[in-house]
Design a protein around this ligand. Structure first.
Ligand code: AMP
Ligand code: ZN
Length: 142
């Protein structure tokens, strides 16, 4: 993947269109929320606008508003399901900042006190675990 990736070759566009699998938590007309495949911590989820935009500077204001509102709802669901000590909200712009998928997304990562911090996990998560987490978050999401 590179920074010129367009919607046709974008993995998140493929997920949004149903052409690629994902463990979805929530969806409405503007956004979709699904579990990160390489979680930095159990419960790591991504809030993604349906309209392709590469980063913070390519997303419509209305979508940014929807994402911000969703972050509060997802944060409450993460607290209810995982009881973390904290929740990191992260969003990377450009390869130099660590961005690897060039379709805007907001990371929400439960954190436990004293644990080492990172935004990218090393291992692909087990699908059954992600499915279970997505289902529990979907139930708690409001
Ligand atoms: P970033 O480095 O901010 O661009 O983060 C991209 C995130 O997308 C990483 O945390 C990846 O683990 C995650 N990711 C990549 N491909 C997929 C996928 N097919 N389904 C879910 N998450 C993915
Ligand atoms: Zn895309």
């Amino acid at each position: 993947m590179d920074e010129t990736m367009d919607a046709a070759s974008c993995i998140f566009c493929a997920i949004i269109a149903g052409r690629a699998p994902a463990h979805r938590v929530y969806e409405d007309e503007r956004i979709v929320i699904f579990m990160d495949l390489f979680p930095a911590h159990e419960g790591h989820a991504l809030i993604v606008p349906k309209r392709h935009g590469e980063n913070l500077f390519g997303v419509e204001d209305e979508d940014l508003e929807a994402i911000m509102r969703a972050s509060v709802s997802l944060g409450k669901a993460l607290r209810a399901v995982f009881a973390p000590d904290g929740i990191a909200v992260m969003q990377l712009n450009g390869a130099a900042a660590g961005q690897t998928v060039f379709h805007y997304h907001m990371h929400m990562i439960p954190r436990m006190a004293g644990e080492p911090f990172g935004v990218h996990g090393k291992n692909r998560a087990d699908d059954a675990r992600l499915a279970d987490q997505a289902a529990r978050l979907a139930t708690a999401y409001a």
